[in-house]
Design a protein around this ligand. Structure first.
Ligand code: G4P
Length: 528
């Protein structure tokens, strides 16, 4: 086990990501957190992707062309002596499998919901992924300075659609033009929102169930309504219980307005108080604890073209245990080779910074000369492979064609390498020679065409295909698989690792097939 310094480094870390539907306010909250962490000094430095304005991580070529971000940056900042690693989850058009996989590298998630919209589609998908690891969720209901749904209605949606019990920690006093602030139910404080001064917050220390104080502070009309509301919610919702939070059974709920920087500090405070410090990860052989002395970590993302001139590729490693120090000798477990890591980096807005030491929960980037794949494990000698960094079933499909048919071999090689990096998934139908590509986000297809052109000198184009779902097919019964294969050849393909995959033209077709072949598993994820 590690020494006390190492233990205190672990204790002071929190690694989290933000889950939200586009436009719910992720970028704005990130910015306010960076302001609170004193990484930024002025508002407006971080802009929403797709806005065409400068963003802290919008720097790659394709990003610059389109004003969007397809990279992950890790923002590290300190808040009240706690070191926070905030992993950026690509959001708008740049939504991709990477976005899902980043959630496997964090220990907690902040769920951001637009108060006027409630639960939206993308939120549900991202929550499904964080459910795979039972990641604890803190919820921030944003944009209370606009007209909103009833708070109880939003909480009902969270309970029904996301299957999380809600524990309000703050409660809004009205919304939109009447937004007056929040009650902090835990601290028994009222935080008043000053519309004119925006960022300015008044704090009144009094018992909120005191009617006359309520009336004095928020006016007689609202005070009666709020008094009743507070009585009601304290009878409906239970108290916060950290154990249930860590098991992802409950989510603490906060309300506010990120734009007005109102309530974001409440979320940060709960994050440093309740979110776990870096936790264990499971490997194929045993559970690895962060306090262990020897370094271990896994690759959850590979980023190409960090430097366009050199076709530079960087593998991002989440440290699980031990300590990274410059010059460390690590075993690349899959290929059974030792390598000296002479330099590891973190990246912000295209600048790379060399890291001297890093601890569990931190993310380091190392050079990849084409040998590292998503899911690879690095250790100081032990033969273990981390599990739980899966591939996710693609949601959009295209058939890829060559403009020059003679480049078939290069195309297959290029696609193989790009799929190993996790940039795209490739499927080889059993019945024909087509090449089907699958992705989670539409931009992944554009990235592949551009990278094939620049890195492999291949001109390719796409055609739409009649596929909308993919499922990896497994069964413990070999006869069932053989029968299934014979009867459904035209829907079956192999992926780049030769895993059998069912490519369904629609949901109804998949429903029929799953009910017909009961001892076959149709998996939405597969381990690397
Ligand atoms: P995202 O990263 O989740 O996609 O959302 P982002 O923070 O970019 O916010 C989307 C829009 O919502 C932005 O407006 C942002 O200013 C606005 N917004 C975020 N939080 C709040 C809030 O608490 N209250 C209100 N009223 N608006 C909020 P935009 O007009 O699209 O962009 P911009 O011109 O302001 O950059």
């Amino acid at each position: 086990m590690c020494n006390s310094n190492h233990q205190s480094e672990i204790k002071k870390r929190r690694t989290f990501a933000i889950i939200s539907h586009p436009d719910a306010g992720k970028t704005t909250i990130t910015e306010k957190m960076l302001l609170l962490g004193k990484v930024l000094r002025i508002s407006g430095t971080v802009k929403a992707r797709g806005s065409g304005k400068y963003a802290k991580s919008d720097w790659m070529k394709i990003e610059q062309d389109r004003g969007i971000s397809i990279t992950t940056s890790v923002m590290q900042f300190e808040y009240k002596n706690i070191l926070i690693n905030l992993l950026d989850t690509p959001g708008h058009q740049d939504f991709s499998e990477d976005t899902y996989r980043i959630l496997t590298a964090v220990d907690c998630c902040l769920l951001v919901i637009d108060a006027s919209k409630g639960i939206e589609e993308r939120t549900k998908k991202l929550m499904d992924v964080s459910r795979l690891h039972n990641t604890p969720i803190i919820t921030f209901i944003n944009k209370l300075d606009r007209d909103s749904l009833e708070p109880i209605e939003i909480l009902d949606q969270i309970e029904k659609e996301l299957k999380l019990s809600c524990i309000p920690i703050t409660w809004p006093i009205s919304c939109g033009r009447n937004f007056k602030g929040v009650f902090h139910l835990d601290k028994k404080l009222i935080y008043l929102y000053d519309k004119l001064k925006k960022n300015h917050v008044f704090k009144n220390n009094f018992n909120y169930l005191n009617k006359s104080l309520l009336k004095k502070n928020i006016g007689s009309d609202l005070s009666i309504q709020i008094y009743e509301e507070l009585k009601l919610i304290s009878s409906i919702y239970s108290d916060f219980n950290k154990r249930d939070f860590l098991k992802s059974i409950i989510t603490p709920i906060f309300f506010g307005s990120a734009l007005a920087n109102f309530g974001v500090n409440h979320v940060l405070e709960s994050l440093i108080k309740w979110a776990p410090s870096p936790i264990y990860r499971n490997s194929n052989k045993r559970t690895v604890q962060p306090e262990e002395k020897n370094f271990t970590g896994f690759v959850f993302k590979i980023q190409a073209n960090m430097d366009l001139k050199h076709h530079d590729r960087i593998a991002f490693i989440r440290i699980v245990s031990g300590k990274y120090r410059k010059g460390i000798k690590l075993k690349h477990v899959r290929i059974k080779k030792n390598i000296i890591i002479s330099d590891a980096f973190y990246f912000i807005a295209g600048d790379r910074f060399s890291i001297k030491t890093a601890y569990p929960g931190d993310i380091i980037g190392i050079h990849n000369h084409g040998t590292i794949k998503i899911g690879d494990s690095f250790t100081e000698g032990e033969d273990i492979n981390f599990i739980g960094i899966p591939s996710f079933a693609p949601e959009i499909f295209r058939r890829i064609f060559l403009k020059n048919p003679l480049q078939q071999k290069q195309l297959r090689k290029g696609l193989m390498q790009l799929s190993e990096e996790g940039a795209i998934q490739v499927f080889y139908p059993i019945n024909n020679n087509h090449l089907i590509l699958g992705a989670i986000g539409i931009l992944q297809f554009d990235v592949v065409i551009q990278r094939l052109k620049i890195e492999y000198k291949i001109d390719a184009i796409y055609e739409k295909v009649n596929i909308i779902l993919a499922r990896w097919v497994t069964s413990s019964n070999k006869n069932s698989i053989d029968m299934f294969l014979n009867e459904n050849r035209s829907y079956l393909a192999l992926d780049n690792l030769n895993n059998l995959t069912y490519l369904a033209p629609n949901q109804a077709n998949l429903n029929i097939i799953t009910s017909r072949y009961v001892d076959i598993n149709f998996n939405k994820t597969r381990e690397q």
